[in-house]
Design a protein. Structure first.
Length: 353
């Protein structure tokens, strides 16, 4: 039990240290661009701290895989240099079990990565965007650009949306028949989401029948759609990856402004992304069995680092192909983790003998 705690503590502290260093670097680079603007708006250091806090989930999501790779390489190389691995193997502990001792730390990173990507960051991003927009001086504010998207079979144009996604202003809805012919155009001052349903305020409806067009108005009317406030936040927010829930809703006729392949790929990626950290652990594991006296350790360290970076590049390229529809979403998302994980496991098996 003492050996297991020692290995787990060593790996966990190295991963945590790598994550803190990488996040600090990214945070500093990010703040270099915005600190002057925040201070010019009179928000002070409290505003800087608020901005930095809201950026943390996205930053952790970005650095988690690299932190596991760097932390694993440093931890396993330390254990090998201290001859701790030799002592454990001499006492009958296999290399597989040594890697298994480090697994709880990586599982914790995987869970936190999933939490940031699927829960925390999607909530922090709209809050940050709304705060940034509301604190912009009036002279520097730009009129919002209209957004065009699909909501089921409807084509929708919206001028702007509230930060919580429960209100869309300047709404125009185009409804078509099965052949794609325009049947109806609805223009409303705003659409409001309340009690799990959308309501159009002061809508003006124009119905088309051949060459005829009939117009009618009303104080309000319901808007039957699968669109949800979370979808509106994503559609009117910055270009961020959709969550598994929003991607699923887009595939089920919810709000979307991208091809179906884009949402299908990100739906798969939402489940695959945490496992990237597990692949990074496997890529760093061979270093634990290296002989540093013969120079093998330096070779495995360099190879592990290079393989990890190559894996991130390959994974990103395949994901982009999946988003464009050039590759099956399932293959685009899972191919790189499976291939690099298998190669890492094969290398470890060869060293374990």
């Amino acid at each position: 039990m003492n050996l297991q705690l020692y290995v787990l503590r060593t790996v966990a502290t190295r991963i945590l240290g790598a994550a803190l260093i990488l996040m600090s670097i990214l945070q500093i680079l990010d703040l270099l661009d915005v600190t002057t603007d925040i201070l010019d708006r009179g928000l002070g250091m409290a505003g800087v701290a608020y901005y930095a806090a809201l950026r943390l989930p996205r930053l952790f999501e970005q650095v988690a895989p690299i932190a596991v790779l760097a932390g694993g390489l440093f931890a396993f190389s330390q254990l090998a240099r201290e001859s701790a691995v030799v002592a454990m193997r001499a006492s009958g502990i296999s290399g597989y079990r040594i890697v298994g001792m480090a697994l709880p730390a990586v599982i914790a990173v995987m869970l936190l990565d999933a939490l940031c990507g699927q829960v925390l960051a999607p909530r922090a991003d709209p809050t940050l965007a709304d705060w940034w927009r509301n604190t912009t001086p009036a002279a520097e504010r730009k009129a919002p650009s209209p957004r065009t998207f699909r909501a089921g079979t409807d084509l929708v144009i919206g001028t702007d949306a509230s930060a919580d996604g429960r209100q869309i202003t300047g709404v125009t809805i185009f409804r078509r028949d099965a052949k794609g012919i325009l049947m109806e155009k609805v223009e409303a001052a705003k659409a409001v989401y309340k009690d799990h349903a959308w309501t159009l305020e002061n809508p003006k409806t124009t119905r088309f029948a051949g060459d005829l067009a009939q117009t009618s108005t009303a104080a309000s009317t319901s808007w039957p759609t699968a669109l949800r406030p979370q979808d509106v936040q994503g559609l009117f927010g910055d270009d961020t990856a959709p969550t598994a829930a929003s991607a699923r809703r887009a595939l089920e006729n919810g709000g979307s402004d991208r091809p179906e392949s884009f949402y299908a790929t990100h739906f798969q990626a939402a489940f695959a992304s945490p496992f990237v950290s597990l692949v990074m652990l496997l890529l760093s594991a061979p270093v634990a069995l290296a002989n540093f006296r013969s120079g093998q350790g330096a070779v495995l360290l360099t190879t592990g680092l290079g393989a990890g970076l190559l894996f991130l590049v390959a994974n990103g390229m395949l994901t982009a192909l999946g988003e464009s529809g050039a590759l099956s979403p399932l293959l685009a998302v899972w191919a790189a983790p499976v291939i690099f994980g298998a190669l890492a496991a094969r290398t470890f098996l060869a060293l374990e003998g």
